[in-house]
Ligand binder design. Structure first.
Ligand SMILES: NC(=O)c1ccc[n+]([C@@H]2O[C@H](COP(=O)([O-])OP(=O)(O)OC[C@H]3O[C@@H](n4cnc5c(N)ncnc54)[C@H](OP(=O)(O)O)[C@@H]3O)[C@@H](O)[C@H]2O)c1
Length: 361
C-alpha cells in the first residue's frame, strides 16, 4: 500500500474512530430512543444491525413510490437511435402516452425498416428525423426540425433521451485505437453533441435529459474496455450536467441497463463472429503469438453466449426511461437489471477493489 503522508494518516484514523463511535454508540442510542418513544423495549447493537439490514432490504425491494407525473399532452421528446431496440420501442411507448415524439433514426434516409414502421403511424405526434449522432450537420438539422415543429416554441422541448449506442468487445491488446474512437464517437461524443444542441430548448421547458449508460458505466469488465470507457464517460458527463442544470430546473437522469442483449440488436451472433474475425486478423503478430488462438476463441465463445442471454423483454428499461421523463421527481440513476448483475454492481462499486477483484476475476 502507498505510504500516507502524516496529516492524512492522522485524519483518516480520527475519521475511522469517529465513525466507529457513531455507529457503535450513537446509532444504538438513537434507535433505542426511537424504539422507546414507539413503546418498544430498549434496542441493542444486534437489533440495530438487523433493523438497518431490514430497512435496506425494504428499500431495495420496495416498489417505486408515486411521485406525481407531468401531462404528456403538448409536450415533446426527442429520442435518438430509434431504428431498433429500446429507442424504437420507447418512441412508440411515449407516443402512446400522448407525447409528441421526434424519433431520431440513423437509417431513415436509407429506407431503414425501423424508421419506416414509425413513419407508418401517420401521426402528427410521431415525427421521424434523420439523425446520425456523430454528424454535427445532422444534429443541427434535427434541432431545426424540432424548432419548426414545436407546437409552442416558448414552451421548449420537454426531454431528450440519448439512447443511440453501439457495442463491441475485445481485450485491450486486440482493440484498435479506431475502435475506441468509433465506440466513444457514438456513445459518448454523440450523447454530448445532441445534449448540447438541445439544451437551450430543454432549459426553456425546465425539462429532462435522460442518458442511456449501462451497468458497464459503473463497473469495468474484461473484454469490454472500449464500451466501458464510453459509458463511464456518459456517467461523468451526466453527473456534471446534473449539477449545472439544477439552478435551471432541468433534471438529468442516467439509465443503466444490465444485460438485455437478447431483447435488442446491440450484440448479435453475426456481429460477434464478424468482430472476432476482424480482431484476430488485425491483431499484431506478437499479440496473437502471446495470447494464442485457443485463449482468443474461449473469449469469443463467452461473448457469443451473451447473445442469447439476459432479459428478453425491454419493458423494465422502458418503464425506467418513462419514469425519468414523466415523473415529477425523477431518480438520478435507474438500474433495470437482473438481481445477479445488480448485486455485482453494488459489490464492485462499494467494496474495496482488493475484495471485489477476488470475487469476480
Ligand atoms: N441491450 C443491452 O443489453 C444494453 C445494456 C446496457 C445499455 N444499453 C444501451 O442502450 C442503448 C440502446 O441500445 P439497444 O440495446 O436498444 O441496441 P440497438 O437495438 O442496437 O439500438 C441502438 C440504436 O442506435 C442506433 N445507432 C447506432 N449508431 C448510431 C449513430 N451514429 N447515430 C444514431 N443512431 C445510431 C442503431 O442503429 P443501427 O441498428 O442502424 O446500427 C440502433 O438503432 C445503447 O446506448 C446501449 O449502449 C443496452
Amino acid at each position: 500500500m502507498a505510504s500516507l503522508p502524516g496529516p492524512r494518516a492522522v485524519l483518516l484514523t480520527l475519521l475511522s474512530l469517529l465513525l466507529t463511535v457513531l455507529l457503535g454508540v450513537g446509532l444504538p442510542a438513537l434507535l433505542g430512543g426511537a424504539a422507546r418513544a414507539l413503546g418498544f423495549p430498549d434496542t441493542g447493537v444486534a437489533e440495530c444491525i438487523v433493523t438497518f439490514y431490514l430497512l435496506f432490504v425494504a428499500y431495495v425491494a420496495a416498489p417505486r413510490l408515486p411521485r406525481g407525473r407531468v401531462e404528456a399532452e403538448g409536450r415533446a421528446v426527442l429520442v435518438t437511435g430509434c431504428d431498433t431496440g429500446f429507442g424504437h420501442a420507447l418512441a412508440i411507448h411515449l407516443h402512446e402516452l400522448g407525447f409528441t415524439v421526434f424519433a431520431g433514426c440513423l437509417m431513415k434516409d436509407k429506407g431503414g425498416e425501423g424508421a419506416k414502421e414509425l413513419e407508418g403511424f401517420h401521426s402528427d405526434r410521431m415525427k421521424v428525423v434523420q439523425l446520425d449522432v456523430c454528424s454535427e450537420e445532422q444534429v443541427q438539422k434535427a434541432v431545426q426540425v424540432v424548432n419548426e415543429n414545436l407546437e409552442d416554441k416558448a414552451r421548449g422541448l420537454w426531454a431528450v433521451v440519448n439512447n443511440a449506442g453501439v457495442s463491441t468487445f475485445g481485450e485491450v491488446e486486440f482493440t484498435s485505437m479506431d475502435t475506441y474512437r468509433r465506440v466513444s464517437e457514438v456513445n459518448l461524443w454523440g450523447t454530448i453533441r445532441v445534449t448540447k444542441a438541445l439544451l437551450p430548448l430543454i432549459r426553456r421547458a425546465k425539462g429532462r435529459v435522460v442518458n442511456l449508460a449501462s451497468m458497464y458505466g459503473r463497473m469495468g469488465n474484461a473484454l469490454r474496455s472500449s464500451y466501458c470507457v464510453s459509458k463511464f464517460g456518459v456517467e461523468a458527463f451526466s453527473d456534471c450536467l446534473r449539477y449545472e442544470m439544477k439552478p435551471w430546473g432541468v433534471k438529468v437522469s442516467v439509465v443503466e441497463p444490465g444485460n438485455f442483449v437478447a431483447a435488442t440488436g446491440i450484440l448479435t451472433r453475426e456481429a460477434v463472429a464478424g468482430t472476432a474475425n476482424q480482431l484476430w486478423s488485425e491483431a499484431p503478430a506478437a499479440v496473437k503469438e502471446d495470447y494464442g488462438k485457443a485463449h482468443f476463441e474461449q473469449h469469443v465463445a463467452l461473448m457469443r453466449s451473451y447473445c442469447g442471454g439476459g432479459e428478453k423483454d425491454v419493458r423494465p428499461v422502458l418503464d425506467d426511461i418513462t419514469d425519468a421523463v414523466v415523473s415529477n421527481r425523477p431518480y438520478t440513476r435507474y438500474n433495470p437489471m437482473e438481481p445477479k448483475w445488480w448485486i455485482r454492481v453494488q459489490l464492485m462499486t462499494h467494496l474495496p477493489a482488493a475484495i471485489s477483484d477476488i470475487l469476480y476475476f
